[in-house]
Design a protein around this ligand. Structure first.
Ligand SMILES: C[S@@+](CC[C@H](N)C(=O)[O-])C[C@H]1O[C@@H](n2cnc3c(N)ncnc32)[C@H](O)[C@@H]1O
Length: 232
């Protein structure tokens, strides 16, 4: 099998050893195949919504001789799984809102799931908010950059968060903000530049709803500047 992308390597790195991994939206099934080949998962189930990637997943699993240990199923989200069948989930390469929808529709399948490694392409804050609201806490997370695109990856486990997340922690992750590794700093700097541009463009507006937006954007700019001031 060819080497995993840096993004998928980051997803796999956050996965703890498990008896059975469900890879939802498997596409090529490289992730679940690598998890089994590296001994991180004893078994795997790849789930795909669309016919072509489902066939691609089947080809990968067959070509790697993993058909005995990796099942490939066609269907929506967690729907093709039986309750209790998987102990871990990976859902990568979709928007945070899409991942939230998959988890919400499949809540009855989550009772035996002790870890979920999630990689939202966008709207990480939407996903963290959902996890907090439904009794999960983020126990590890990271930021990875590949081909100029920055991705957040998080592992969530059952357990209530005792201190509420700030808006910035929801967006970037409490652990990421406490570690402030170079990838996180580069994400924060990029977003600060973006929000400063938005702040400038809103300066001309006068309507009421623009004032609300302007305030939100100014608060975000201040919060990002404050975090970045502590970085050498
Ligand atoms: C951009 S690809 C990401 C593939 C892989 N997980 C990765 O990170 O490289 C998203 C895949 O998720 C599949 N997908 C989207 N919504 C889904 C759903 N509700 N259930 C199962 N698969 C889904 C799409 O068909 C597509 O193959």
């Amino acid at each position: 099998m060819r080497q995993l992308s840096l993004r998928l390597q980051a997803v796999l790195a956050l996965l703890q050893n498990t008896a059975c991994l469900g890879d939802i939206g498997s596409d090529h099934a490289f992730l679940v195949a690598a998890a089994v080949l590296q001994g991180k998962a004893r078994r795997g189930i790849a789930v795909e919504l669309c016919e072509l990637p489902w066939q691609q997943s089947k080809r990968t699993v067959h070509a790697l001789g993993l058909s005995e240990v990796v099942d490939v199923r066609l269907g929506d989200g967690l729907e093709p799984l039986l309750p209790g069948e998987v102990r871990a989930l990976c859902i990568a390469g979709m928007g945070g809102g899409t991942i939230r929808g998959i988890l919400e529709r499949g809540r009855d399948k989550l009772s035996q799931v002790s870890q979920m490694v999630l990689q939202p392409n966008v709207d990480a804050g939407v996903l963290r908010r959902y996890l907090c609201d439904t009794g999960y806490s983020v126990t590890d997370e990271t930021v990875v950059e590949e081909a100029g695109v920055v991705y957040q990856v998080m592992r969530a486990e059952p357990g209530q968060v005792d201190v509420l997340y700030t808006p910035l922690e929801l967006e970037y992750g409490r652990i990421n903000l406490s570690r402030l590794d170079p990838q996180t700093v580069s994400l924060l700097k990029r977003d600060l530049a973006h929000w400063r541009r938005v702040e400038m463009s809103l300066q001309a507006g006068t309507q009421g709803h623009i004032e609300e937006r302007r305030q939100w954007v100014s608060e975000r700019v201040c919060a990002l500047k404050e975090v970045l001031e502590n970085v050498c």
